[in-house]
Design a protein around this ligand. Structure first.
Ligand code: NAP
Length: 320
């Protein structure tokens, strides 16, 4: 099969298309023919060798994908060859024509959801759900600022927050991104490249501040986020690419909290809940993954460059 193989850590140029043996499923494993693989920012940190999880070399990247079950190992009961599935983690990597998974890592993909959309499910929707539900226990009626709403996690969070009755404030850095965020259900949108956008957020909150902030770039925004919080507010750090200075008194005055997580630390019970919520949302249409760009698998290096650039528009997906 064709697969992207990383033989040394480094820049996007270490992502090379190679011919490698197609794996076969052992007991409890599933082989999936991949129709689309999702590209996430962490794939780039891992490729650089700077991420908390450092895979053994050589490796094939990708935890997110969608396709059709090609074969199952002994004892697999929940899926059969021919089933449409999305992947949430794999054993061999999703940037490939086939991926081997555990039975627990494949989940049904409803007919009306395309494979490209299915490739944008696990990390984006899992993260958004984990942030809103497990981490911050967001409630209907709360004002939620999604700071970085135009990308994979942001769009997922807008849709989930809106479907659950929250008042959604979303930011993006381009007009196209702002329109997308608005179309997905945000009540208020703001351009995070404008110098006065923080004042505009405060005004739109009626001067009270927001109850919750989902922060995609904490190293840039965390200090200012604290000043935007209402009394009892919470910020959850989802993304950060460096260090930041904060004034703890901003928290004390508001009895506010900074929370943070990585999706990898979700428990099995939390993961089960996430997949149940995703299944319901994909089926009833409240969750609609947005695919901004599909690229051939061979262009994985370009995908890694583009995901790190400004101007996000939903997901970038690789097609083997
Ligand atoms: P993405 O699709 O590349 O989107 C990045 C988002 O950040 C876009 O909405 C982008 O907006 C926005 N952004 C850029 N500059 C910003 C600024 N100054 N202030 C606020 N937002 C800004 O990435 P993603 O998949 O949504 O992931 C977002 C972040 O969360 C990444 O850092 C990722 O590594 C992290 N993450 C963490 C977890 C976890 O488990 N904790 C899970 C998934 C993702 P424009 O491009 O429109 O400017």
């Amino acid at each position: 099969m064709k697969a992207i193989v990383v033989r040394e850590f480094g820049g996007p140029e270490v992502l090379n298309l190679a011919e490698i043996p197609t794996p076969s499923p052992a007991a409890g494993q599933v082989l999936v023919r991949i129709h689309a693989a999702g590209v996430n920012p962490y794939d780039t940190y891992m490729r650089n060798g700077t991420y908390a999880i450092k895979p053994a070399l050589p490796y094939t990247p990708g935890s997110d994908g969608a396709g059709v079950v090609a074969a199952v190992g002994d004892g697999v009961k929940t899926v059969k060859p021919g089933d449409r599935v999305y992947l949430a983690k794999t054993l061999t990597g999703a940037y490939a024509e086939y991926a081997l998974t555990l039975e627990s890592q494949v989940h049904p993909l409803p007919e009306k959801v395309s494979y490209a959309q299915g490739a944008g499910v696990w990390v984006p929707y899992g993260t958004a759900y984990h942030a809103l539900s497990h981490c911050t226990r967001a409630r209907a009626g709360e004002k939620v600022l999604i700071h970085g709403a135009s990308g994979g996690v942001g769009i997922a969070a807008v849709q989930i927050a809106r479907a659950n009755g929250m008042v959604v404030f979303g930011t993006a850095g381009t007009e196209k991104g702002l329109e997308l965020v608005k179309r997905q259900g945000a009540d208020h949108v703001f351009n995070h490249t404008e110098p006065d956008y923080l004042e505009k957020i405060m005004q739109a909150s009626g001067g009270q501040g927001v109850d919750l902030i989902l922060e995609m770039l904490a190293n840039v925004n965390l200090g200012n986020d604290l000043k935007l919080l209402a009394f009892g507010g919470r910020v959850v750090v989802i993304g950060s690419r460096g260090e930041v200075t904060i004034a703890p008194r901003e928290l004390m005055m508001r009895r506010a909290a900074i929370l943070a997580f990585v999706l990898w630390s979700a428990t099995e019970a939390e993961e089960n809940e996430i997949h149940a919520a995703i299944h319901a949302g994909l089926t009833n249409g409240t969750l609609r993954p947005i695919v901004g760009q599909e690229m051939p698998l061979a262009e994985a290096a370009r995908a890694h460059q583009e995901i790190m650039q400004a101007g996000a528009f939903g997901k970038i997906v690789l097609v083997p």
